[in-house]
Design a protein around this ligand. Sequence first.
Ligand code: MF3
Ligand code: CO
Length: 249
Amino acid sequence: MIQIKTKEEIALMKKAGEIVYLTHKHLIPYIKEGITTKELDKLAEEFILKSNAIPSFKNYNGYPSSICTSINEEVVHGIPSNRTLKNGDIISIDIGACYKGYHGDSAWSYKVGNISSEKEYLLKHTELALYEGLKQVKEGNYLNDIGTAIEKYAHSHNLGVVRELVGHGVGKKLHEEPDVPNYNIRKKGPLLKEGMTIAIEPMLNLGTHKVYIKDDDWTIVTGDNKPSAHFEHTVVVTKDGYEILTKKG
Ligand code: MF3
Ligand code: CO
């Protein structure tokens, strides 16, 4: 069952989303050569707790950290460690926060110092692909309109679309119905209705769409070791469009 949130629930999700947004902003000055991903995790965790929220990912299905830090060919679910960021890396940082029982979820990919023009291209077009998907969000459109638009945009820019991981409903639980694929599933799927809250999160690759999971049982990496990017927002469906919840309120 896809839940429709009340006004009161959406207000709490806005607060959760704003905390996620502000955590990203808090990390930005630290995303520099030499910092470890563990240090970024600690900064994020402290910021979320200070904001009267709880990191959504910590202990989720046994996940050991508060954020996901995925570097270069790592697609998602990279576990913070003593690895240091290097000039020329890209890093996808995925953050979730739970405020008064409601979750916000948002990922952005960042550059570390100077990056190749290929990586610039990947970051730019993955973010734009998210916005292409968002353009389809409004009451009366179908769920499959979102993934179809993302896939079309990605393929027209020669980027691989990861299929094994998808966006999702979000609310009292981090992952709720429905799944929100980033590709055309060739059936309309549910109608979008005002008050649905979903996380849309294209993961696009410079090379093959194929991915595999590493021995740590979490980190997803590209099949050809080429870079991958990830942009995600939590949004609420409205009568004539959507409102991004993971932004400044
Ligand atoms: N934003 C990711 C998702 O929507 C978060 C992964 S949660 C983890 O699935 F805890 F499993 F890492
Ligand atoms: Co998500």
